[in-house]
Design a protein around this ligand. Sequence first.
Ligand SMILES: NC(=O)c1ccc[n+]([C@@H]2O[C@H](COP(=O)([O-])OP(=O)(O)OC[C@H]3O[C@@H](n4cnc5c(N)ncnc54)[C@H](OP(=O)(O)O)[C@@H]3O)[C@@H](O)[C@H]2O)c1
Length: 259
Amino acid sequence: MSNFALVTGASGGIGLDLARLLAKDKHDLVLVARSEDKLKEAKSSIEKEFGVNVKIIIADLSLPEAATQLYDEIQKEKIHIDILINNAGYGDFGSFASCDWTKQERMINLNVLSLSKITHYFLPAMIKSGHGKIMNLGSIASFLPGPMMSTYYATKAYVLSFSCSLANELKGTGVTITALCPGPVDTGFVAAAALEGSKLFHSFKPMTSPDVAAYGYRRMMKGKLLAIPGTMNKLMVTSVRFSPRKLVAFIVRKVQEKR
Ligand SMILES: NC(=O)c1ccc[n+]([C@@H]2O[C@H](COP(=O)([O-])OP(=O)(O)OC[C@H]3O[C@@H](n4cnc5c(N)ncnc54)[C@H](OP(=O)(O)O)[C@@H]3O)[C@@H](O)[C@H]2O)c1
């Protein structure tokens, strides 16, 4: 069995930048997303630039059975996943009462269900081999209530809680888990979440995706649980620990509302 790193949501944004960092360190890759053309482009440019082997799998991980199908496909290829990056995810801006439920349900499937299932499938072989690294994409939303994006913030709270618990369970196994929790990042996320009109990306200067990926990658390689890129984000996360949740929800709403 050969070792590969698996990155979900690798057709663009933070996932693609993480894939490039892995390739630079000579890791062979399995890249997953829905956009076949973008994945093919990523495969050829990464293989050419870094000389590693890149496999692509087209999958819509917002469908409940997609994670199982992904695992089966990788098993057939006789590949061992020693680094897993659960990066695919999206948000949706708007009040919960008026939201498109299908979009919320698919978001929960992607951000929570598939992330958990994929981890569940690949973790036992990592433990058996005595080493492995997992990164889950949280957000500063993991630490906050998020009016006008309530489901998204709740999915990211799950990711952080889940990652912290697993870090404890995995002590001494050689497998580490990292929750990368960025603030606003300049990627396709804004359009996917219909956030163009929100104050969020105008009130805070977004970080660049390569910077966020590089920070997260370093933390993952050191086996650190938390990766919060940027001083402002670190300060914000610390300050909300001591603030009433109602007040935090009020402030988040003010920041997120339409301009
Ligand atoms: N950008 C931010 O401000 C920010 C802040 C904090 C956390 N995050 C988190 O960072 C992660 C990456 O987001 P990003 O900012 O890089 O956004 P992005 O540029 O929109 O990238 C999202 C990636 O996920 C993939 N994806 C989306 N839906 C999918 C599905 N149903 N099945 C499989 N793949 C899917 C997309 O590819 P396809 O469209 O080709 O499927 C794309 O490769 C997400 O989990 C997001 O919540 C982002």
